[in-house]
Design a protein around this ligand. Sequence first.
Ligand code: PLP
Length: 402
Amino acid sequence: MVLRPRQFEPKSKSDRFSFVTEELRHINKASLYRKLNVINTDKLSTIVVNGSVESINLSSNDYLGLSRNKAVLKATVNNLCQISQCSSRLIAGNSDELDQLEKKLADHRKSDKTLIYPSGYMANLGVISTLANKSTTIYSDEYNHASIIDGCRLSGARIVIYRHNDLDHLDQLIRKSTSDRKIFVTETIFSMDGDQSDLRAIHELARRHNAITVVDDSHGDFIYDDRGKLALEGINSVDVYISSLSKALGCFGGYVSASRQVIEFLINRSRSFIYSTSLPSHLCSAALAAIPIAEQGDLQELLMKKITFFSSKVDSMGFGNVRPKSRFRSQIVPIVVGDEKKTVEFSKLLLSAGIFIQSIRYPTVQFGKARLRASITTSLDTKQLKIALEKIEAIARKLNII
Ligand SMILES: Cc1ncc(COP(=O)(O)O)c(C=O)c1O
């Protein structure tokens, strides 16, 4: 189902926005209406939504609980002498901290160079739209994040969508290509399904077809790493690596790691980099303090234990097509319901029972594949996870979902 803005004739001059009213009505009818919740919290694992009861938070991307880490907060505050550089990087907004953080992230990625963007969204938008142009064909996984999709669209390239994680399909499609410049773009850990792409196979296919690989590792970065036990095989073979600092690091901002030439090219051509105010220095200090904590490795082990406990129980509850193709378990646990209205109801009932898991609907996921996206963080203790599991099962039964 595609909900496109349709043409509405204004009834009168004063009714110029009638198309907005109509479109909102259409969105509401399809159970796709979104509303902002006011979230309050002074804790890591619980939140208060719209002033109601304190609820266990299973909707955070603060996977390692670093957003409130004392050492990270201290480093941030100690460097807080200016809120913002109030200028873009190429004018007067570059700083020592940005430089240090880029060097640190380049080491972390074992790459030549890193470039920081104000957010992960802007990194995807700016990198993809700069590397691709009208004579490029981009091969994009059908489940890629909106920021990747928008980067592809903005580039003006020919976009070819391959079935999710289906590399035979990608192979078939690329054989038909006549483009000189080809780009494969995927995520490592998919943001709404939590499954993993096969980077080794993608690299091999890209090598055979002389394609560039662009990979968004926002949900894998600082969690899965070929240095530790949680290997993300093939990650070091990626040509252009993009990530967000707002997930496992608990900070803010986005970055790209690539060869020196590519980074120089982005500095000269990438519009979301050039024409936006730089990431504030104190946020760079936050990330600089968070990286060594994340790299110790113990938080990832703790996270894995919680993931195994929670997702094995969810798997045994009998929800439909959860992780359809992979048994890989990540911190993102999709609880697929299908029907949009029922998914919203599920989320609402959970919230009234003190569990916050946001519903995810079209266009974030395909129409008819609505779900609750539970995310596991180190901050959730076993008791909280057990309560959440009990409520999920009870409410899903009440709604005849399982
Ligand atoms: C896969 C993926 N890429 C990029 C982003 C954007 O990152 P940021 O929140 O830093 O803009 C997100 C955010 O949710 C994401 O899930």
